[in-house]
Structure formats: structure tokens, C-alpha cells
Design a protein around this ligand. Structure first.
Ligand code: B1N
Length: 835
């Protein structure tokens, strides 16, 4: 291409000012010291770990900004088709370590930091997690950003910049979960974001929508709120490509209402400005439940409206007609939370761009893609029509219009089938009527996918069955979730990463971006020397976890025991209750053994961690039972060498990074058909921990990949679940008959073995009564699976082989594979490499 004219001033002077990424230790330390001196206004005399972290972070930030700038400029120049990942949650965790590894600068920084008199590991601990998500769905979004950048794909994320992330969890001495706010931004500047105070949009709420000719409408009045962009830099692994995660902050359009202020009505004056700021103040801490709260709907609209305005503005800059919109833009809906993108894009096209309905609908349905993440009925979003009408009058009109055309088409294909129309309608009859967001997302999208094979099949055959019959099967597909091996192996398990590189005789940059290469580890399972190194690393990871528990909780962990881990949101369907009842069963069994029998038992340490939604009573009771059972069991001198239990408070991405590499086994024991995929199952297996699980979600594909003899499966299968539930509902059999060993465990809990038994009655009754999650049905095979684990662990060498084979076969579960599936089969986008 021809030489571009320098835009302003003296080119040479400009270019002399340019710097590039600091890759040598002296320039790195110089940059850190410079930030200590100027950005922080501090000195060597008074610099603590936090200050040193901040200065080092600012230094890395400078590098990220260079790459980010270049990437964004390059994308703008090339104007490729882009994909936008709309997610209400991005569970990013810490950034510093990840950025250093992706830039390939960790060792240089370590050396520099040491020279300045600090310790790298201590500085890494200074960073607070960015915890803008609840669990798997939010962490998946974060892994997909890492993979998009690493694969050099032009993908942006769009989300909300919550002032408060997921709450901090404290556990009271009685075992109660207490919630505290997570003011993650309070510690000063966040070095990983760029405030874009000039990138703002106005977002309207309430008001009136007046229909105009040709399907258009005039929406006016109501409240206008400002959306301000904050850009989070997302570096790819060993590439210059640094993508963008744009998070919106809400702010009042005008500071406050001067008229009211002057009239002395101060409260009224700040009221509307407070309500504007409230929109992005806090992440909703419930997953898998919908509350119908107005503020949540406001969050959803605020975020989709700002994101779409931004996307449309960027598209317009290319100068193409709107008919080309789907050739330049793909929008992925992460669950139904951003479904308003569908009526909002219709509104923009029809009311603002004056495009006729039919053409607008074509554009929308060729641009938008929908991922479903759950089939649990209580999680399927529905919004009351009166609320939607009040908050978003124009969108309600559009939804009614979409519904009208849609139901006409259904009627045409299935004449006279009233039941079908009622089932498929976007509006559920009732008091009040409700908008079914999954239906809207489905009919407004080009493709619909689930997140693991079984889950996608359940989407096709249960919640969206009618839609498959109407639209044909080709629109409905599967993309099995994945995880980024950068964070979930290289970063969290550096010793294992180094062993893999050494063994495969390649730089980690090769296998970290082509995870199928791990297959080449398979022959080394037969190599005794390799197995020894493998086991020694697992052992050191266990010691690292034990050290963490010692320093944070003051408890001593037996590192010679098998480490058994279940870490995930507390939810009845995930069945932490099954786990703790199994632990109690194990305890009772140990108590009945003779000393000689006990000698043969392999010691086990059971770790739990996870948060319960603040209003989820039964989940909180489960935590209470775990904590109190742990207190009694850990104090029993007869058994404590053989069985101890820990509930680690305040589960987070960072805590997962310590727990996962230390596990011998991990538990993924949802009732069959309830866990859409699971992603921590992949993280454990990638780190050589074996899986204990039900035949559910991605467990099934993991077993296929690593071999069924390397996982411990138990429990009823999905097709049996419906019938069993029916039996429990209408022909209940007492637990005493159905499962005597479980009945005994329940009796111990009820009789007060772990503190006041009455407290646990509501929890025990969920099992004794309808047992919706079928603990009674799976208990014995669960105990059987854990017995198989004990048996298998006796043969240490065979166990290590299983561990190696598991890791070696996990290539499929890289989020690089998953994101390339989205890019190639849905979005039709290609890599755009920054040279
Ligand atoms: O999404 C993950 C899956 O691996 C998990 O199996 C699945 O449970 C999880 C409402 C959710 N599904 N639905 C949610 C989150 C927040 C909310 O407000 C629902 N999370 C999942 C990634 O696919």
C-alpha cells in the first residue's frame, strides 16, 4: 500500500517519541521505577508490596496499550467482519500474571522485580479478582475472550462495569454464610481498564411510544441515562493481537435536576441521578433463578442498547448499506440476558434507519446467535408484560409485532393447532402475562446452540422442541464448552506446564495454542521416571494448597491424603448434599472399623468451596451442614488421620487456581440432565485430576475423550430421571426402604450429631419428601463409585498412569477449539493478524 501522509506536526519528532514493548530486564525495571516515581508519587523508602504491584502493573499496562492500540487501528483499517460477545457476566479473575504470560514476559518481570527487592509471588497476591460473574457462564465468557485474542479473531466483548462484583462470602462460627459487598474498584485506579469518557450513548427508559405510518414509531419522554465506555484490554497468547472488552457504566445524563435543586428540593434533585448510577452498581448474585426485578431488566436494556448503538456506529463508519450489516457483524447472545438486542436492533433499523419491517427482520435474524446455558425451568427468563410495557413501551410493541408474524407462520404450517400456538407464543398467558425470552432469542437468531452434546440434545427435544419442528433441525446445534489452557494449566500449574514442554521438546507456545499436542504425552505414561516427576508435581501442588489453607485459615492439612474436591456454586441440582452425606457415611463406616481395619484405609481430605445465592435457603443450609460436619469429623481423634473436611470460604477464580492443580479427584455429581456442561470438570482433568461424576453435561464427552476406565461414573441416566421423579411424587417409598444406608446418615444428622438436628430438617425433608434431585436414587451407586476410587488409588503407579492419560486426552476441551467452532460455523469471521 502507498505511503500514508503523516497526519500532523513533524513526523520525525513524533516517531522519536514512540516506544515499543519493554522486553529486556533493564528497560522493565526502568519503567517500573518510573511509575513508582511519577504515577504513584512514591519512593523506594515507603514502597510496600501493593505499591510495587501497582507500579509493575502500570508498566505492563503500557505494553498492553501499545498492542491494543495497534490491534484496534488494524481492525479499523481492514474492516473485517467482527463478532461481538454480549454477556452480562465476565468472570476475569486476576490479570497481571495472565498478561505477563501471554506477553511472554513473566521471567523478565520476575528478574526485574527481584532486582528491585520484591518477590513476584507476593506481588501477584496483591491484585483483587475482577469477579463480575456468578460462575461457569461468566468464566466461559472470560475464556472465550482469551481464546479469541489468542486466535487473532476480531471479537469484542460487551458487558457491564459493576461497582460491586459477586459478594464476598464469610462463614460464621455456626456455619452460616454471610455476604459482604465486593468493592473491587475501591483500592484506587484499576490499571487494566481504559476509561473512555468520550465514548458515551444516551439510553432511554419509560416514556411513550406512538405508532407512525409504515410500522414505525416515535418513542419519547421518560428517563435518559448516559452509558460511558470502559475498555478492558484482552491480550492474546504470543501474539500482538489485543482485543477489547467494553464495559458500560451508567451515569446521570445531567448532574442533577437544577430546577428542583434551586427550589430547595434536594432529594428530588438527586433522586434521578441516583437511579441512573444504580443501574450498574451491582451484579445480581443469583444464577439459575429469575426474579422479575425492574433493576435487572434495566441493566439488560441499558447494556444491550449501549452495545448496539456502538456496534451500529462502527458499522456505519465502514460506509456500507444496512443490507450488508450481517456481512460485517455477528452478535452472540450469552444466554437470554441480552435478548433485548433483537427488538432493539429492530427498533434502530425501523425507527431510526427507516428500513421496512421485512428487511429489518432479515438483517436481525442473520446477525444474531443465541447460546442456551440451562434447561432448568426456574432459570428460563420471563418478564412480566406490564413491566416491559412500562419500562420499554416501544420494545413491547415490537415484540407483539414479531409474535403476530411468527404465530401467523406457525398457523400456516400447522393449521388449527391451538395448543401449539399457545406453547410457542412469545407471550405466556397468565396473571400477569409474561414475555418468554428464550422463545424470542430462538426465533430472532440465525443459530441456537447448547453447550455440550447432551445439553444440546435436551434443548432440541425439550424446551425448544416445537421450534425444531417448525424451523427444521439445521438451526439447532452444539458447541461443547472449552477452557483456556493458558490460565488453567500454564498459569495455575507452572511446574506441570514446564514438564510438558520439556517432555514434548517444544516451547509451550506451541502446545498451549494446539492442545491436541498433549496426546504425545501418552507413551510417557509407561515411563517410570516421567511418572515420578508427574506425581512429584501433584504432591507439590497439594503442599501449595495446604500452605494456602494454613496461612488463610490457620488449619493444617494432611498432604499425604487423597485430595477430593468439589468447588462450584451451591445448588440443589449440583448435589453438594450428596457429597456431604457421602462423607458422613464414610465417617460412620470408619467409626465402626477396628483399628486394624482402619490401617488399610487410605486417608482422604475433602474440600468444598462455593457461594450460595443470598436468598437460597436450602443451599445455605447445605453449607451449614458441611461446616458443622467438618467441625465434628475433623476433631475426632479416632478418624482424623483418615478423614478431614474443609469448607474454604469465598470461592473465587484465584482460589480455583490453587485448588484445581492439587486435586486427585474432583466431583461433578449433578442429577443427570441438569448440568448443561460444567467447565471446572475440564480444568481438573487438564491438570491430571480424575473425575468422579454422573453421566451428565460435558462429563460424558470427557469420558469419551479420556476413556471410561479413567473416570468414575455413577448414577441414573437422563432418560430415567423423569420417571423416577414421577414415582417420588406420586408413589413415594420411605428412604428407610429405598436406601437404608442413606436413612442412617439422615438420622444421624437429624439426631444432632452435627449440632442441633432440627436446624437441618428443611434440608433433610427435601430428600425424604419429593427428592426432586434424586439423592435417594443415586446414593448407593455414589458410595460404590467412591469405593472404586479407593480401590484404584491403592495401585499408585496405575493411578498416575490414569492421571497422565487424562491430561493427554483433554485437547478437545481447549476454548480455542470452541471459539473456532463459533467463528467458522456461526459467525463466519476470520483471523486478522496484527503484524
Ligand atoms: O453455564 C456454564 C455451564 O458449564 C454450566 O453447566 C451452566 O450451569 C452455566 C442465569 C446462569 N447456566 N445458566 C447459568 C447464570 C446466571 C444467571 O443469571 C443463569 N449459568 C449456567 C457455561 O456454559
Amino acid at each position: 500500500s502507498g505511503k500514508e501522509k503523516w497526519p500532523r506536526g513533524d513526523e520525525k519528532t513524533w516517531k522519536e517519541g514512540f516506544r515499543s514493548v519493554n522486553t529486556e530486564v533493564p528497560s522493565i525495571t526502568k519503567s517500573i521505577v518510573n511509575h513508582v516515581q511519577t504515577s504513584l508519587a512514591r519512593q523506594a523508602y515507603n514502597l510496600d508490596d501493593l505499591g510495587a504491584y501497582q507500579a509493575a502493573a502500570l508498566s505492563v499496562r503500557d505494553d498492553l496499550i501499545l498492542n491494543w492500540n495497534e490491534t484496534q487501528m488494524h481492525y479499523t483499517r481492514k474492516a473485517p467482519k467482527r463478532a461481538y460477545y454480549l454477556s452480562l457476566e465476565f468472570l476475569m479473575g486476576r490479570t497481571f500474571d495472565n498478561a505477563l504470560l501471554n506477553l511472554g514476559l513473566k521471567e523478565q518481570y520476575r528478574e526485574g522485580i527481584t532486582k528491585l527487592g520484591f518477590n513476584m509471588e507476593d506481588l501477584l497476591e496483591q491484585e483483587r479478582d475482577a469477579a463480575l460473574g456468578n460462575g461457569g457462564l461468566g468464566r466461559l465468557a472470560a475464556c472465550y475472550l482469551d481464546s479469541s485474542a489468542s486466535q487473532e479473531l476480531p471479537v469484542w466483548g460487551y458487558g457491564l462495569r459493576y461497582q460491586y462484583g459477586i459478594f464476598q462470602q464469610l462463614i460464621s462460627p455456626e456455619g452460616q454464610q454471610l455476604e459482604q459487598p465486593d468493592p473491587w474498584l475501591a483500592g484506587g485506579e484499576n490499571p487494566w481498564e481504559l476509561p473512555r469518557l468520550d465514548v458515551t450513548y444516551e439510553v432511554r427508559f419509560y416514556g411513550t411510544a406512538e405508532r407512525l405510518p409504515e410500522g414505525r414509531a416515535l418513542w419519547q419522554g421518560g428517563q435518559e441515562v448516559l452509558a460511558v465506555a470502559y475498555d478492558v484490554m484482552v491480550p492474546g497468547c504470543y501474539t500482538k493481537n489485543t482485543n477489547n472488552l467494553r464495559l458500560w457504566e451508567s451515569k446521570p445524563k445531567r448532574g442533577f435536576d437544577l430546577n428542583s435543586f434551586n427550589a430547595g428540593d434536594y432529594e428530588h434533585a438527586v433522586e434521578s441521578s441516583n437511579s441512573a448510577a444504580a443501574i450498574t452498581s451491582v451484579l445480581y448474585p443469583n444464577d439459575h433463578t429469575t426474579f422479575g426485578k425492574e433493576l435487572r431488566l434495566k441493566q439488560q436494556y441499558f447494556w444491550t442498547a449501549a452495545s448496539l448503538a456502538d456496534i451500529v456506529r462502527r458499522f456505519k463508519n465502514i460506509g456500507k448499506p444496512f443490507s450488508a450489516f450481517p456481512d460485517y457483524v455477528a452478535i452472540q447472545l450469552n444466554d437470554t440476558h441480552p435478548t433485548l438486542a433483537i427488538p432493539e436492533l429492530m427498533r434502530i433499523l425501523i425507527d431510526e434507519e427507516e428500513i421496512p419491517w421485512g428487511k429489518a427482520w432479515d438483517i436481525v435474524t442473520n446477525t444474531v446467535f443465541y447460546t442456551n446455558h440451562t434447561v432448568l425451568p426456574e432459570a428460563l427468563e420471563k418478564w412480566p408484560v406490564p413491566l416491559m410495557e412500562h419500562l420499554l413501551p416501544r420494545h413491547m410493541q415490537i415484540i407483539y409485532d414479531i409474535n403476530l408474524f411468527f404465530l401467523q407462520a406457525v398457523e400456516k404450517k400447522f393449521p388449527g393447532d391451538r395448543d401449539r400456538l399457545a406453547r410457542m407464543s412469545l407471550i405466556e398467558e397468565g396473571f400477569p402475562k409474561q414475555v418468554r425470552m428464550a422463545h424470542l432469542a430462538c426465533i430472532g437468531s440465525r443459530k441456537v446452540n447448547g453447550v455440550a452434546e447432551l445439553h444440546s440434545e435436551l434443548v432440541r427435544t425439550t424446551i425448544l422442541k416445537d421450534f425444531v419442528e417448525f424451523e427444521g433441525p439445521s438451526k439447532f446445534s452444539n458447541v461443547t464448552n472449552g477452557i483456556t489452557p493458558r490460565r488453567w494449566l500454564d498459569q495455575c500449574n507452572p511446574e506441570l506446564s514446564a514438564l510438558i514442554s520439556k517432555t514434548l521438546k517444544v516451547d509451550k507456545s506451541v502446545w498451549l495454542k494446539d492442545l491436541d499436542k498433549l496426546k504425545e504425552l501418552l507413551p510417557y505414561a509407561e515411563d517410570a521416571g516421567f511418572r515420578k516427576e508427574w506425581a512429584a508435581i501433584k504432591q507439590r501442588n497439594k503442599e501449595r494448597l495446604a500452605h494456602h489453607v494454613q496461612t488463610t485459615l490457620g488449619l493444617t492439612v494432611n498432604t499425604h491424603a487423597m485430595f477430593d474436591v468439589q468447588i462450584k456454586r451451591l445448588h440443589e441440582y449440583k448435589r453438594q448434599t450428596l457429597n456431604i452425606l457421602g462423607v458422613i457415611h464414610r465417617y460412620l463406616t470408619l467409626k465402626q472399623m477396628t483399628a486394624a481395619e482402619r490401617k488399610k484405609v487410605n486417608p482422604r481430605v475433602v474440600f468444598f468451596a462455593g457461594k450460595a445465592a443470598p436468598g437460597y435457603y436450602i443451599a445455605k443450609l447445605t453449607i451449614r451442614l458441611i461446616v458443622n460436619a467438618a467441625r465434628i469429623i475433623n476433631a475426632d481423634p479416632e478418624t482424623r488421620d483418615l478423614l478431614t473436611v474443609y469448607f474454604l470460604p469465598d470461592y473465587s477464580v484465584s482460589l480455583a487456581e490453587v485448588l484445581i492443580p492439587a486435586s486427585d479427584i474432583s466431583q461433578h455429581i449433578s442429577t443427570a440432565g441438569t448440568e448443561a456442561s460444567g467447565t471446572s470438570n475440564m480444568k481438573f482433568c487438564l491438570n491430571g485430576g480424575l473425575l468422579v461424576g454422573t453421566v451428565d453435561g460435558a462429563n460424558i464427552e470427557i469420558a469419551e475423550a479420556v476413556g471410561e476406565n479413567n473416570v468414575f461414573f455413577f448414577g441414573h441416566l437422563t432418560p430415567a430421571v423423569e420417571d423416577l421423579r414421577y414415582q417420588h411424587m406420586y408413589h413415594p417409598v420411605p428412604v428407610e426402604e429405598k436406601c437404608p444406608p442413606l436413612a442412617k446418615v439422615l438420622d444421624c444428622v437429624a439426631s444432632g450429631m452435627f449440632g442441633d438436628g432440627g436446624v437441618y430438617e428443611p434440608l433433610l425433608n427435601t430428600i425424604r419428601q419429593h427428592d426432586y434431585y434424586l439423592i435417594t436414587e443415586d446414593f448407593e451407586s455414589y458410595i460404590g463409585a467412591l469405593a472404586m476410587v479407593d480401590q484404584a488409588y491403592l495401585d499408585k503407579e496405575e493411578w498416575i498412569k490414569k492421571s497422565i492419560r487424562t491430561t493427554a486426552n483433554m485437547g478437545k476441551f481447549s476454548s480455542d477449539r470452541a471459539i473456532l467452532e463459533y467463528a467458522e460455523s456461526f459467525w463466519n469471521i476470520e483471523p486478522v493478524k496484527v503484524a
